[in-house]
Design a protein. Structure first.
Length: 419
């Protein structure tokens, strides 16, 4: 049997799982500064170094990218959430220190660092049921994903739906027939599958339905930033145009700022000049000056870390304090879980609709589902978890391996496809 790897290339984190000769599957452990991780942060960092009197472009991936960026954020470019752009035909390439990179080239650089020298293996890569983005083209997204792997030296990969893979891992532990609904919550998408498990059958695992929606962890972060932070940076305020009329501060400043995969694009000279001009005419100019400072000083990453910690705390506690400081901008705000759940109500509604859609596609009622398996960080959010408990009952809920189940399931799928 050839070596088999399951690759879960995620919006926020990525995981590599390998199937051993004895059939045991395990996730690769990465080390950085004496610490071990089963997840590899899905980021790239670019910077320039002087080599023989000429600037040379360098890059790092994963934890090393984050570390390099934090050492000197003003002289580096951090690329995050690359997966979010896969199905977006509007994004083709970007300029990094004067050099053009296509999305496939950037993802290939990341994949090379993720996989190292492991090229002679059967690769099964995960893909969402529905790629992220309002106008996402799923076939285009998978084609670009395959092209990125090919650019990394892996032209013959196979793909499988991410929720199917998570369910594949979970379902192998069952001893009796069952219908299992799997919810896989990533950084950019949430995907759902219904699987039928029949031990001893020629095809023990059969997929009955797949659905997905471009809502997940990043969407919940967006709501915290949009409601708790953006108003302190000028959202909802006005500025006076030369003719004397008051106009609202352009909302697109805050829409981009609250989407961290768009944040680096705000450093363009045109965007910065635009905000500076509006700040001169704003009724509360210091707010926009604070926004400019956060963008120019590349402090967005630290802010998003604070938001992510607050979101995690709200999964454990009834409330938390969101704290952050940068120059003249100080944030110290109490957020109650009930308040947060009100902010994310639109996302919860869309997730609930998607759950119903996967049941309808399978031609099943909620009572016919025997087990529910949830994976991914957003599955810890009580309001998200509660959508499933309300429909299916707490006694049917299962979890485990929230960050590695997709990759390990992909490796198992590779084994069964190999026969």
């Amino acid at each position: 049997m050839s070596r088999i790897f399951g690759i879960d290339f995620g919006t926020t984190n990525s995981v590599v799982a390998e199937l051993a000769a004895d059939g045991h599957v395990s996730s690769r452990v990465f080390t950085q500064d004496g610490m071990s991780f089963e997840t590899f942060r899905s980021v790239l960092c670019f910077w320039q170094e002087e080599t023989k009197g000429r600037p040379a472009l360098r890059h790092a991936a994963g934890p090393a990218a984050v570390e390099t960026y934090l050492e000197d954020p003003l002289e580096a470019r951090l690329i995050m959430s690359m997966k979010t752009y896969l199905a977006q035909k509007s994004f083709t390439q970007t300029q990094i220190f004067g050099r053009s990179f296509t999305l496939e080239e950037m993802i290939a650089l990341f994949l090379k660092a993720l996989l190292g020298a492991d090229k002679e293996a059967r690769i099964v890569a995960g893909r969402p049921v529905r790629f992220a983005g309002e106008f996402a083209d799923d076939a285009f997204g998978e084609a670009r994903l395959r092209a990125a792997f090919a650019a990394a030296g892996l032209p013959e990969i196979e793909t499988a739906y991410e929720p199917e893979a998570a369910g594949y891992r979970f379902i192998r532990a069952l001893a009796r027939p069952a219908h299992v609904l799997v919810g896989d919550f990533g950084g950019g998408t949430s995907d759902f599958s219904i699987l039928r498990f029949t031990p001893g059958a020629e095809m023990p695992i059969v997929t009955l339905a797949n659905t997905g929606v471009g809502i997940a962890g990043d969407s919940l972060d967006y709501r915290i930033i949009d409601n708790a932070i953006s108003p302190l940076l000028g959202k909802g305020d006005e500025y006076r145009v030369p003719m004397g009329k008051d106009m609202p501060i352009p909302i697109e400043y805050f829409t981009s700022f609250a989407n961290w995969h768009k944040l680096s694009l705000m450093r363009s000279p045109r965007v910065l000049r635009d905000i500076e001009e509006v700040a001169k005419l704003a009724h509360k100019p210091q707010k926009l000056r604070n926004l400019l400072s956060l963008i120019k000083d590349e402090s967005g990453y630290h802010l998003y870390q604070a938001v992510s910690r607050a979101k995690a705390a709200l999964s454990r506690e009834a409330g938390t304090r969101l704290r952050f400081e940068h120059e003249d901008f100080t944030l110290d705000q109490e957020i109650a879980r009930e308040e947060f759940e009100g902010w994310i109500a639109p996302e919860l509604g869309k997730l609930d609709t998607c759950i119903q859609a996967v049941l309808d596609q399978a031609g099943m009622q909620a009572g016919e589902i025997d087990r529910v398996f949830l994976t991914g960080g957003t599955s810890f959010v009580p309001a998200v978890h509660g959508l499933f408990e309300t429909r299916f009952g707490a006694e049917k809920m299962s979890a485990g391996g929230e960050f590695v189940s997709v990759a390990e399931g992909l490796a198992l799928i590779g084994r069964d496809r190999q026969g």
